[in-house]
Ligand binder design. Structure first.
Ligand SMILES: O=C(O)CCC(=O)C(=O)O
Length: 138
């Protein structure tokens, strides 16, 4: 689901999505994320991973509506899942993080331009996870 300020429009996975209105809870979380990161956001994409088969494969969040150098804050709840990064040009340069309940990952300047990321499937028996990615539509 995509939530945000009423005037923004964002296209992802080939879908042009008008945002749902901020809920009071999401608005409060957004303010806390802005205070913690020092960045300003106007939308949040909410993804639910029901089990280990729900995943997001390699991509960059580099749609033109996010501007030339998107800054993205990713907040995770529930089941820990792996988050992997690989450099677009430097063969073999890759990282894996475990995003735990309550973790906040900030993808800063240059990350979307130079790196791909994914939240891969797992064969482990895992519970549900919710991930919020705060974005700024330009
Ligand atoms: O769920 C995650 O940690 C990653 C989500 C993601 O890659 C995205 O929303 O672009």
């Amino acid at each position: 689901a995509w939530y945000g300020d009423p005037n923004i429009s964002y296209s992802y996975s080939g879908i042009a999505a008008k945002p749902k209105n901020w809920t009071p809870l999401l608005q409060n979380i957004k303010i806390l994320v802005e205070q913690r990161t020092g960045e300003i956001f106007n939308g949040v994409l909410v993804n639910r991973y029901r089990n280990g088969q729900d995943s997001v494969s390699w991509h960059s969040d580099d749609e033109s509506s996010l501007g030339p150098d998107p800054i993205i804050a990713s907040l995770s709840f529930g089941q820990s899942r792996y988050f992997q990064l690989k450099h677009k040009r430097k063969e073999g340069e890759k990282y894996q993080l475990e995003l735990e309940h309550g973790s906040l990952l900030l993808m800063k300047s240059g990350v979307q331009k130079n790196w791909l990321h994914q939240a891969p499937k797992t064969r482990r028996e895992v519970a549900e996870r919710i991930n919020l990615t705060f974005r700024r539509i330009m």
